[in-house]
Write a protein that binds this ligand. Structure first.
Ligand SMILES: Cc1ncc(COP(=O)(O)O)c(C=O)c1O
Length: 397
């Protein structure tokens, strides 16, 4: 039974939905699916790092031993043993994090959406770095805030700019480690100053840290969460240290906020899949990340070196770039007159892709910037791609 020629619906979207836009990166990724394209555009981790066998064994174990629990609905705040594990791993000598301060989410991207939902009203001032993570701008935009761009320099966010611009802000969103898109890292002094400034001004500080463990040398810098657990909302993710396909992240914060986020999450998806949480717990509970993460660090560090060397060789004078100490991205600044969006159109014709910098800016964009990711392309193709890109840039100098 089916209606004959039903009148087509004239979709009337909400005002909120009308102003939604597709992420530029997702659009570019469609082009880069073609195998001949050398893509520095993706923000994807390298699949070479996915512990497939380990995950397979854990799925098998969880389903064999606790299948009925794993396949049942679960609690909104998440699988308790995993929350306990995360709380312990985030605790320091003078800052204990409790499991009730943790909400498991379906990727930290969901955490951003939920934070927008519970903290942002239409017109609320929210502070973001210049530039910032595009996915966060996209998530917060749904709630129609007023973005205020905090100044940055080659060392990342400038805390004094928060003091100057932050009056009345509802939140500050910061990426202290190997920032997406610039690859920059915030010094301990600046972290302290930022935490103090936000605390003094009563601004909740979001510390988004999906790349923090991927430092190429030394140990990760202290978390802002541990400097002021009452004022910092921390976001972690398993996407870059295990696999993104399981969609598992967490938000850490003061209990009243976590309870409010939990209500918002109930409305969104009831809970994050119990099965994947149990599997991840099974994979990491005996210290697997301690062996696994160093292999990712070494791999990404080599890839990064290959790209930096190729850039030194093939990019013309007048182009500058960041030298990340971890993570997945290099940020390039071209001479002012070169628009990276137009450069991309040309580059795609030569089967090269990157992400133009514009969409990473909440307000006025620096159009002569672009982001390169070095983790999913082989060293040979990095060299080939950077050489071709260098030629295209040179032709515009
Ligand atoms: C800075 C930042 N935050 C959050 C996310 C979302 O990560 P997840 O896979 O945990 O949703 C990403 C993904 O690339 C990211 O770069």
């Amino acid at each position: 039974m089916k209606l004959e020629n039903p009148t087509p619906i004239n979709w009337k979207f909400s005002e909120r939905a009308e102003q939604l836009q597709s992420s530029v990166i997702r659009e570019i990724l469609k082009v880069t699916m073609r195998p001949e394209v050398i893509s520095f555009a993706g923000g994807l981790p390298s699949p070479e790092t996915f512990p497939v066998e380990r995950m397979k064994a854990a799925f098998d174990k969880v389903l064999s031993e606790q299948g009925k629990t794993a396949l049942q609905y679960g609690p909104t705040d998440g699988y308790a043993p995993l929350r306990e594990f995360i709380a312990a791993s985030l605790s320091t000598a003078d800052c204990k994090i409790l499991p009730e301060q943790i909400l498991m989410v379906s990727g930290s991207q969901q955490g951003l959406d939920l934070l927008g939902k519970v903290l942002v009203d239409e017109g609320s001032k929210i502070l973001v770095e210049t530039p910032s993570y595009l996915g966060a701008l996209q998530a917060f935009s749904v709630y129609q805030p007023q973005f205020e761009s905090v100044d940055t320099d080659e060392h990342g966010l400038i805390p004094a700019s928060v003091a100057a611009k932050g009056e009345g802000a509802r939140l500050m969103y910061a990426l202290p480690n190997f920032q997406n898109p610039t690859g920059r890292t915030l010094s301990i002094e600046r972290r302290m100053e930022l935490v103090e400034t936000c605390a003094r001004m009563g601004i909740p500080l979001i510390e988004d840290n999906p790349y923090g463990d991927l430092c190429y040398s030394g140990e990760p810098l202290p978390k802002m969460l541990n400097m002021n657990p009452n004022g910092v909302i921390y976001m972690g993710s398993f996407s870059k240290v295990l696999t993104p396909g399981i969609r598992l992240g967490y938000v850490v914060g003061p209990v009243p906020l976590i309870r409010k986020l939990e209500q918002a999450k109930q409305a969104a998806d009831l809970h994050t899949a119990q099965l994947t949480q149990m599997v991840v717990y099974e994979v990491i509970k005996d210290g697997f990340l301690g062996e696994h993460i160093p292999t990712i660090r070494t791999f990404y560090s080599r890839q990064c070196d290959v790209m930096l060397e190729a850039m030194t060789k093939f990019f013309p004078q007048g182009v500058t770039w960041t030298r990340p100490e971890g993570g997945m991205f290099i940020w390039v600044t071209l001479p002012k007159h070169i628009d990276s969006k137009l450069l991309l159109d040309e580059a795609i014709q030569h089967n090269i892709a990157f992400v133009p910098g514009g969409p990473f800016y909440a307000n006025e964009a620096e159009k002569n910037t672009l982001r390169l990711s070095f983790v999913t392309v082989s060293p040979e193709r990095i060299n080939e791609g950077i050489e071709k890109l260098g030629k295209l840039i040179k032709a515009k100098m």
